[in-house]
Design a binder for this molecule. Structure first.
Ligand code: HPA
Length: 243
């Protein structure tokens, strides 16, 4: 069992992480965002991919999502835990809160979003009714409970192009659409993982109230809550992999 973790800074400092090989890979879709960092936590083999590149230089709309997922497929990963920073719309997604979305609405455009890119490639109409893997979500929920980390058990995630944050009216529209949180990186990542048949779930870290939902300065809020939120995610992943 090889578990991939796509995400953020600091995650490869997970407690108990024993670093192994680092691989620089290429795919037919180009190079992934970062090197693949293999290692072990407890009895589990893991591989880390930095979605925004090392040094956090690639913006959400410019990420080569196809290369990222293909690189993990080529590495024979069995499941992907994606860590995504989001803005909270629903009350139980406050800054530094963690949640496990169960649905999403894709508002992105102009991203390379499928491996069925042209007539020369097999055409796949994946079933995306449930965009996240039910079993992996349950395992993450159990790990959160054991780690004593409060977690929002569900949520519909709006995925936007970015890199700008939303207007207050856009957030109200997303809310009317039924969205509870908003981020920029889950699509097309989740759909590509489904196309490559890799179970995928997202641990969403709220780093701010979405536009118009909070009273303070959004950037100050992000700065204040990101480390706290990420440390909760690390506890959950650590619990999942160390046992
Ligand atoms: N909107 C979209 N994406 C985000 C946000 C937000 O408020 N915060 C972190 N990622």
């Amino acid at each position: 069992m090889l578990t991939a973790i796509i995400g953020g800074t600091g995650l490869n400092e997970l407690p108990g992480f024993v670093a192994g090989e680092t691989r620089e890979v290429e795919t037919p879709w180009g190079a992934p965002s970062s090197k693949l960092r293999f290692g072990q936590i407890g009895r589990h083999k893991v591989v880390f991919l930095a979605r925004h590149s090392d040094g956090h230089t690639t913006p959400p709309h410019a990420i080569n999502y196809r290369a990222n997922i293909q690189a993990l497929k080529d590495a024979s990963v069995n499941r992907i835990i994606a860590v995504n920073a989001v803005g909270g719309i629903r009350r139980d997604y406050p800054p530094a809160g963690v949640g496990l979305p169960h649905q999403l609405i894709d508002y992105t455009s102009n991203r390379e979003h499928s491996y069925s890119a042209d007539a020369s490639m097999p055409l796949q109409h994946i079933d995306f009714t449930e965009p996240f893997d039910a079993s992996l979500r349950q395992q993450l929920l159990r790990a959160a409970a054991k780690a004593d980390v409060k977690i929002a058990k569900d949520g519909t995630l709006a995925v936007t192009n970015g890199p700008r944050l939303e207007t207050a009216a856009e957030i109200l529209k997303f809310e009317r659409d039924g969205c509870d949180l908003v981020g920029m990186t889950t699509m097309p990542e989740a759909a590509l993982a489904r196309e490559r048949a890799i179970p995928y779930a997202s641990l969403a870290v709220s780093v701010n109230w979405a536009a118009g939902k909070g009273s303070g300065d959004i950037h100050a809020e992000i700065e204040k809550s990101v480390a706290n939120g990420m440390s909760k995610v690390m506890k959950i992943i650590s619990e999942l992999l160390n046992h």
